[in-house]
Design a binder for this molecule. Structure first.
Ligand code: AMP
Ligand code: MG
Length: 350
């Protein structure tokens, strides 16, 4: 199958793609979090194609994307008051809410669960496409399962070339990490997967916000997808968190310890400040693959650049990756959750 990238799509282009979606084809769609691999969320065979194209485990449910709050009515049994408040405040946006599904939603979309995950993306092109499609669009990240999620059409192309007919290119995704997934109970919310809508932001609307125990223990996650190893770059990866000076010293110690002395490039994902400290200590970065995400401690910038730097390190065929982490607050919780998986737990707090 030939994969066509549609750049800066016109409304006419989007109508063609919307028709393909309605007819059961797969289309990669832009959203503000990462690019999604879209299929008609009411069509079981179309959703089967998502699992096949991604190699996604079949018990990992899909998020249904909708263009507005009103479009969820046919998809759910009821909308609790707290869910309504959350949608009013955070939609369109990177908040996914799970609600009891109606009979219209096939179990294929929910991995057999009674709840369906719903989101209205904060992306003009993405939302226009959802409007034109007229059906909810099931869309997990448009990567092969286990690999870093794509935040550009080019990254989608690398994984999905030959597997899907269309990629809608609307430039890089703004946020860079997947949505926050929450389960709603009366006046309480459980965060099943952290994202850019943070615990602090949810607390402005709902009185009790907690994290699913599985995020910090070995308990079974309420979001089935959280048990899988995700977001892995090709090379082993280690992350340090601390002050720029401590980080630079720890990185120097580590690279000189000989553990990584196999020749070839090392990938560095760093802030300006740590890069500067390494320079001051006399550690040359010029022969390495270096990605600077922004200023020290800036979780938003790190989230934005995280996957694309992992993909760049894959392209550069680095043999090891050393990354800078951020404190566990705000969006830092989401980024460090992805880091935990990408490093296989190899995070050093200094
Ligand atoms: P992805 O679309 O690949 O970013 O992953 C979607 C995430 O949402 C996965 O972690 C899923 O396990 C989670 N999810 C989707 N639907 C549900 C649901 N009905 N209940 C709990 N978690 C869900
Ligand atoms: Mg994914």
């Amino acid at each position: 199958m030939e994969t066509k990238i549609i750049r800066n799509p016109s409304d006419a282009d989007l109508s063609i793609v919307a028709e393909a979606l309605r007819n059961g084809e797969l289309v990669a769609i832009p959203t503000e979090t990462v690019y999604g691999l879209g299929a008609n969320g009411l069509d079981v065979e179309a959703m089967d194609k998502i699992y096949a194209a991604k190699g996604r485990p079949s018990d990992n449910p899909l998020i249904l994307h909708v263009p507005s709050i009103e479009s969820i009515w046919p998809l759910v049994k009821a909308v609790p008051e707290t869910a309504m408040k959350l949608m009013t405040v955070f939609w369109p946006g990177s908040l996914t809410i799970t609600l009891e599904k109606s009979d219209l939603v096939p179990y294929r979309a929910t991995g057999g669960l009674e709840r369906v995950a719903l989101r209205c993306p904060d992306h003009e092109v993405g939302r226009r496409l959802l409007e034109l499609a007229g059906v909810p669009i099931a869309a997990p990240s448009a990567n092969i399962s286990g690999r870093p999620s794509p935040t550009t059409a080019e990254a989608v192309f690398r994984d999905m070339n030959g597997r899907i007919p269309y990629i809608v290119d609307a430039g890089p995704s703004n946020v860079g990490v997947e949505s926050t997934v929450v389960e709603v109970h009366d006046d309480a919310v459980i965060i099943l997967r952290p994202g850019s809508i943070t615990k602090e932001m949810l607390e402005t609307v709902v009185s009790t916000v907690t994290y699913d125990k599985a995020l910090s223990t070995d308990a079974k996650p309420k979001a089935p997808g959280m048990k899988y190893k995700h977001y892995a770059p090709d090379a082993p990866m280690k992350t340090f968190v601390g002050s720029p000076k401590d980080m630079a010293l720890a990185i120097m110690d580590y690279v000189r310890s000989g553990d990584m002395d196999q020749g070839g490039k090392i990938g560095f994902l760093l802030s300006y400040e740590v890069q500067e400290e390494l320079g001051r200590l006399g550690y040359p970065l010029d022969k390495q693959s270096v990605h600077i995400f922004g200023h020290h401690g800036d979780g938003l910038s790190l989230a934005h650049d995280f996957y694309r730097s992992l993909i760049a390190f894959n392209e550069d065929k680095v043999h090891y990756i050393i990354a800078e982490g951020v404190p566990l607050e705000g969006i830092g919780v989401a980024v460090m959750n992805r880091m935990e998986k990408a490093t296989n737990g190899d995070i050093v707090y200094l």
